[in-house]
Design a protein around this ligand. Structure first.
Ligand code: CA
Length: 226
């Protein structure tokens, strides 16, 4: 599995990364919530291990934002908080499973594998009107037709699809898809909207379109869904 580990404690992160790598997984590590937020939206991971207590944006906030933006990747929360109320909070925010520190590494592995099996059974797919956005394979599907998306195209489409019918300002799309450090031309958003439109056209997805709202930004419109 390709995994993202979000953990600010270096020692813990190293230990887990080593163990998971030895178990045959490929592991990227993020120490900050803000970084993890962007990274998981841009790279298709099979699962995310997310620490609750992070120095900047806490794990729960990161998770909520991922789910708001349509990210369906399986998330296993790691935390020192073990009360029933906190577990419920984590699960309601969209966690798939929950592990209280300290935990046995074998249990972590077993839970990850269980998540992965469940994911395979369900597929990691998000419906957008008649379209299916396959978040694991990063393709857009309509019936038998498929269009692969690049990382940016995928992130942009997922962002728009997380807010169907809402106008998203260019600045928001730039910051969420390209990151706040991006210093290229702002019309990059228009360029990528163009790429997505041509892929939608190839799919003959007439019920789904990306509208330009002059002077503001873009919105994804699904016919019959505002
Ligand atoms: Ca921590």
């Amino acid at each position: 599995m390709k995994l993202l580990l979000v953990e600010d404690e270096e020692k813990m992160a190293r230990l887990l990364q080593r163990g998971l790598t030895e178990a045959g997984h490929q592991v990227d590590v993020c120490q900050r919530g803000e970084d993890a937020l962007e990274q998981a939206l841009q790279i298709p991971y099979d699962a995310v291990l997310l620490d609750w207590n992070l120095p900047d944006l806490d794990g729960l906030a990161v998770l909520r934002r991922w789910r708001e933006r349509g990210l369906r990747t399986a998330v296993l929360m790691l935390t020192a908080r073990g009360t029933v109320g906190e577990k419920v909070l984590g699960l309601r925010a969209g966690a798939d499973d929950y592990l209280v520190k300290p935990f046995a590494f074998e249990e972590l592995l077993a839970r990850l594998e269980a998540l992965h099996r469940r994911g395979d059974a369900q597929g990691s797919a998000q419906a957008v009107g008649p379209l299916v956005l396959d978040t694991r394979r990063r393709v857009l599907r309509l019936a038998e037709r498929e269009q692969p998306l690049t990382r940016r195209e995928f992130a942009l489409f997922a962002e728009l699809a997380g807010h169907v019918g809402e106008v998203l300002p260019r600045s928001t799309l730039l910051s969420h898809v390209w990151g706040d450090g991006f210093d290229g031309p702002p019309n990059i958003v228009d360029v990528y909207v163009g790429y997505l439109r041509s892929k939608l056209k190839k799919l003959e997805a007439e019920a789904v379109s990306i509208q330009s709202v002059r002077g503001v930004g873009f919105r994804l419109v699904v016919e019959g869904n505002g």
